[in-house]
Structures are given as structure tokens and as C-alpha cells.
Ligand binder design. Structure first.
Ligand SMILES: Nc1ncnc2c1ncn2[C@@H]1O[C@H](COP(=O)(O)OP(=O)(O)O)[C@@H](O)[C@H]1O
Ligand SMILES: [Mg+2]
Length: 366
């Protein structure tokens, strides 16, 4: 089977690595000269709206998926007329725009922070009055890793944020004083079967994912059940095929949806070593029409992102239980260049290895 992937970054690279053992070969479409998935997949170089490049991808693929949600929806639809595209382009449409996404959640009965569409200065003033401070102002589209957003604590912050972001379509959200951030990785097969990995606890620094702990401590059956129920509503509504990630804020007993990603997700990288079947393998299985793999954990895991610089590999690999994933990219400030997973049988052992690892390497964002 031949799988086409829109986007050739590390997610495509890890998808391709998971695809090979199933006899699935991958071709990625990416605008850059040397995408990191190129080490393990064929590359078509082109913009995401280049019809000739899309045509070549369709010709090279039995099924197409994406690793990147900012692909033009029109391109995904154009492809879908020629070759099956999973998840369906409607999932892209929802997740590309924060107002559409939060309206979609609300329609499905999934709690969100209070939010308002801001397309003008008048809208902004009205939204500030309605939602109050603190709040978060974000671009509706194309934001990632905390880019295109500002936290507003004072009226001065609001003015500064408007000066920086005003003029683009925006959303104002109430600031959620969460206890912690969680995410849920779910997968739905072509036959409609859904499976969820356990809830993961995520720590962001500077708007970027720094660390994930899996499973999250003290979530309980009830919270997990609710997160799965919400995710299954999204999957069913979109007749979704593949892996979906949903980011949550936990505030006491409340679970509030932040955003979703219609693809494999950074907070699911631990599943390569820490789950019976990884998110990458399950995505491959789902979009290729194969049976899903088990989402249960193998012990306890912790994942740290490597951001902005190349670490000393020896220092990272010194303790057994650490696993290095280097993406083969040139380090640049705020660029994700790899990740490290600690996988252990028990929580105590995991925490002990993590402590030892952090004494040798700091995972600060550069
Ligand atoms: N409404 C909010 N209240 C509190 N913190 C927020 C809110 N929205 C975003 N954040 C913080 O900023 C991070 C990045 O925001 P997010 O909307 O997930 O954007 P991105 O698409 O860049 O990941 C979140 O993980 C969270 O830590
Ligand atoms: Mg996010």
C-alpha cells in the first residue's frame, strides 16, 4: 500500500517509520528542499496549493493523510476527488479556525472557555467587556507553538496586543486558571471503532510543549471516561478515520476543551515506547483500513522535547530506559529537533530515571 502525506516534518517521519513494517511506503509533499521525513519517505517538493504537485501525490498514493493541519482545505478536497483522504477534509476545516473549532465543540456539548470572534476594534472592546480580564487574544488561524497569541492581564496589555495582532481575524478567550493541562489521543478506524490512550499531563513553557507524563497522575475513571466520551462525539460527528488529539484544561473536576489536532500529536510521542501500539502505528492502521492496535500503556512514560539545540547524545542515553528520537533537522531557536522518552515499568522507576536525566541535561527551550 502507498500512503501520501501532506507535510514532511517529524510527524511524517515517525508515521513513515511506523508504516514500513506494515508494508506501507510513504510519499510526502512538502515545500521545503530537504524535509526531515525525506530520510524515510519519497519526497515531492511543492507548495500545498500547487496542483501539479498535488496531482503527482495523488498518482503516487492509494490513500492520503496529513501531518500538518494548515494545508489548504481546497487542496485536501481536490485530492479527495481523486484518492481517499483520511481524516476527511472537514476535520481540517474545523481545526484550522479557532472560532469554528470552539463553536463546533459547543455544538457537541463539549465545554470551552468563554470566547468571542474579534474582527474589528469594536468587536474587541465588546469582547473585553463581555469576557473580562485576564483573557487570551489569539489569531483565529495559523497559530502554533504559542505563536500569534497574547495573554491580557491589564488594559495596557490589551492595547499592546491589539497593536501587535489587530487587523487579522482574532478570537478572545477567557483565561482559564487551570490546575493542569491534559491531552487525549484517540483513534477511529475505517469501521467506526474508537480507542483512546490514557490521559496525558502536559507542561508548556513559552507556549511550547516541554514535557508530557503518561499516564497523567490521579485522573480517575470518571475524568477519563468523560474525555473519551467528548472525543468520541468529535470522531463520530466528523466520521473521522485516524488519530485525533484533543488538548484540555483541567480546573478541579471540570474538563475544558482548548483545541484539537486532526493528526498525530507531540503529546502522543511517548506511545512509541510507552504503549502497546503507538499513535503512529494506529494512525497508519486506521487510514489503511487495518484493525486498530491496543492503546494500553506499558508502564509509565515521560517525554521531553528537544528544542533549539543538539544535546550530547551520550548524556541522554546513559541510563537504560531513555530513548532518543533525533529528527535530523538543523537546530534553530524554538525549533523542535527531537524528543526523549523515558519508559519504565513503575512510576517510581520512571521518576528516578527522569531525575537522573535532568541532572545531566536540561531541556530548556532555546
Ligand atoms: N484560554 C486560555 N487560558 C489559559 N491558558 C491558555 C489559554 N489558551 C492557551 N493557553 C496556554 O497557551 C498554550 C498554547 O495555546 P494553544 O491555544 O494550545 O495554541 P497553539 O495552537 O499554539 O498550541 C496552551 O497550551 C496553554 O498553556
Ligand atoms: Mg495547543
Amino acid at each position: 500500500m502507498r500512503l501520501g502525506i501532506l507535510g514532511g516534518g517529524q510527524l511524517a517521519r515517525m508515521l513513515a517509520l511506523a508504516a514500513h513494517p506494515h508494508g506501507v511506503t510513504c510519499t510526502v509533499l512538502d515545500p521545503s528542499a530537504d524535509p526531515c521525513a525525506g530520510a524515510v519517505a519519497d519526497v515531492i517538493r511543492g507548495e500545498y496549493d500547487d496542483l501539479q504537485a498535488l496531482y503527482r501525490l495523488a498518482r503516487a498514493s492509494d490513500v492520503v493523510t496529513y501531518e500538518f493541519e494548515n494545508v489548504p482545505v481546497a487542496s485536501a478536497r481536490w485530492l479527495a476527488e481523486r484518492v481517499p483522504v483520511f481524516p476527511a477534509p472537514a476535520a481540517l476545516e474545523v481545526s484550522q479556525d479557532r472560532v469554528v473549532e470552539k463553536t463546533f465543540f459547543a455544538k457537541l456539548g463539549i465545554p470551552t472557555p468563554p470566547f468571542a470572534d474579534v474582527s474589528s476594534r469594536d468587536d474587541f472592546d465588546a469582547a473585553l467587556r463581555g469576557i473580562g480580564l485576564p483573557a487570551v487574544l489569539k489569531t483565529r488561524r495559523f497559530g502554533y507553538d504559542g505563536k500569534g497569541q497574547a495573554v491580557l492581564r491589564t488594559p495596557e496589555d490589551a492595547e499592546q496586543a491589539w497593536a501587535r495582532l489587530g487587523g487579522r481575524p482574532l478570537i478572545l478567550e477567557g483565561f482559564v486558571a487551570f490546575d493542569r493541562e491534559l491531552s487525549l489521543i484517540a483513534v477511529r478506524s475505517a469501521h467506526g471503532e474508537c480507542r483512546c490512550y490514557p490521559l496525558v499531563e502536559n507542561e508548556h513553557r513559552d507556549g511550547m510543549l516541554h514535557r508530557s507524563l503518561a499516564p497523567a497522575a490521579d485522573t480517575g475513571e470518571e475524568l477519563f471516561g468523560r474525555a473519551c466520551d467528548f472525543a468520541e462525539r468529535i470522531l463520530a460527528e466528523l466520521d473521522y478515520v485516524g488519530v485525533l488529539a484533543v488538548e484540555w484544561f483541567q480546573d478541579g473536576p471540570r474538563l475544558i476543551a482548548n483545541e484539537m489536532a486532526p493528526r498525530v500529536h507531540n503529546s502522543g510521542h511517548w506511545t512509541i515506547e510507552g504503549a502497546a501500539c503507538s499513535q503512529f502505528e494506529n494512525h497508519i492502521r486506521a487510514v489503511c483500513g487495518l484493525p486498530l492496535g491496543a492503546t494500553r500503556t506499558r508502564g509509565h512514560s515521560a517525554m521531553f522535547n528537544l528544542i533549539g539545540r543538539r544535546p550530547d547524545f551520550d548524556k541522554i542515553l546513559l541510563s537504560s530506559g531513555t530513548h532518543l528520537h533525533w529528527y535530523g533537522k538543523e537546530p534553530k531557536p524554538r525549533r523542535k529537533v527531537g524528543h526523549v522518552t523515558v519508559a519504565a515499568e513503575t512510576l517510581e522507576e520512571r521518576d528516578w530515571i527522569v531525575e537522573e536525566l535532568l541532572a545531566r541535561h536540561d531541556f530548556a527551550i532555546r
